[in-house]
Ligand binder design. Sequence first.
Ligand code: H79
Length: 435
Amino acid sequence: MNKFLFILFLSVGLLGVQAQERYIPSQSNLDNRAWFEASRLGIFIHWGVYSTLGDGEWVMNNQNFAVDEYNLLPRFFNPLEFNARKWAKLFKQSGAKYITFTTRHHDGFSMWNSKVSNYNISKATPYKRDITKELVNACRAEGIKVMFYYSLLDWGRNDYLPAGKTGQGIVGRDTTKGDWRGYIDFMKAQLTELLTQYGRIDGIWFDGHWDKPDQNWHYDELYKLIHQLQPHCLIGNNHHLAPFEGEDFQMFERDLPGENTTGFGTSADHVGKLPKEVCGTIAGSWGFDIKDRNQKTFKEVLHYLVKAAGSDANLLLNVGPLPNGEIQEYQQDRLKELGAWLAKYGETIYETRGAIVMPHPDYALTKNDKNTFIHVLNGKAGTITIKGYYPNVYSLVTYSGDNALTYSQTPDGLQIEVPQSMVNEHDLILKLTEQ
Ligand code: H79
């Protein structure tokens, strides 16, 4: 081959490789990102065979189960009170625009009728019904979009071995059967099922990367497969790092973007430009914990939502249903209260952008085309100073527009006088209009 042709082929080859690696989202994906970013509230559902033990979704690891012992759980996971339509109506009532359902958590149990693993709701439980299918259909009927949580980490399968950072005390696995390539192919087969048998799915939410942070997870293959099957499908991965190539949104676990109170590493310098989502719980834990005493009040849940929006992120708010399929009353109450609040003040949350200034314990700001909304969260009268420079304030009024406030721009920010008569313990919303 002459030298010129050789170089030409080489460059075309290299370009080809690069083109494969670089992810260019489809128009439908970009549209879906815009929908996602405008949605601002989703409902996270942690539900699986672990729920039967009432000790959270990490019980298999935390109590160092043997695989055979844990495998008894499906035999009495029989959620007779589960009613997908009732759940979907509740989620609708909360004002949420989508749900993210744990199709498979770290224990490896599949909540759908998987053909590549019998360890699933239809084949291993007396209940037999395909819960994922029922939930998808019920949500679709309410106009709620569906995303699937899918664990990369697996505490039960041999091919996942050797164990990663977690699950080291889980016994009864055959350590000679580790097969990473086989495990990746298994996940591809499961993801294919999830993305071909349930109609349109709007996102895949991965979790567990941090169990084997140095492992090659073959995301190029996994992400490509997902985007090939459903190009609009948004991929997020809870790896606690800056977004990887091929991802469509960035998530923050129990932290606002830029915060790092959990120590998971979602630090400020990792905040990227993709749509953002903060996930958090109504209870203390994700999966049902019978001794959970950290039930959040309406005010706490509302402030979570407002601060998430104020930091330009969605809130993915978690419920942990009981093993019988009911959602506990206090969790239902929080969702209904949020919905009632959003029905009145949704304009200040949906389709707004945040990060004008980052949320502060006392306030958070959101903005749409017409107004900036100042959410005063400290429930106090007196002077409050909002960081930033707002030189063109035309009017500063209460959300209803009935009352004007006194303000002045100072070097520290916009100083506002909140009279006692306006105090709102949940959220005093002020509407700032610029000239
Ligand atoms: O599904 C819920 C949790 O079960 C799951 N993600 C949410 C949405 C979750 N798993 N782990 N965590 C949350 C906490 C992660 C802890 C970590 Fe670590 C600390 C990961 C890395 C450092 C524990 C210790 C795992 C590896 C070392």
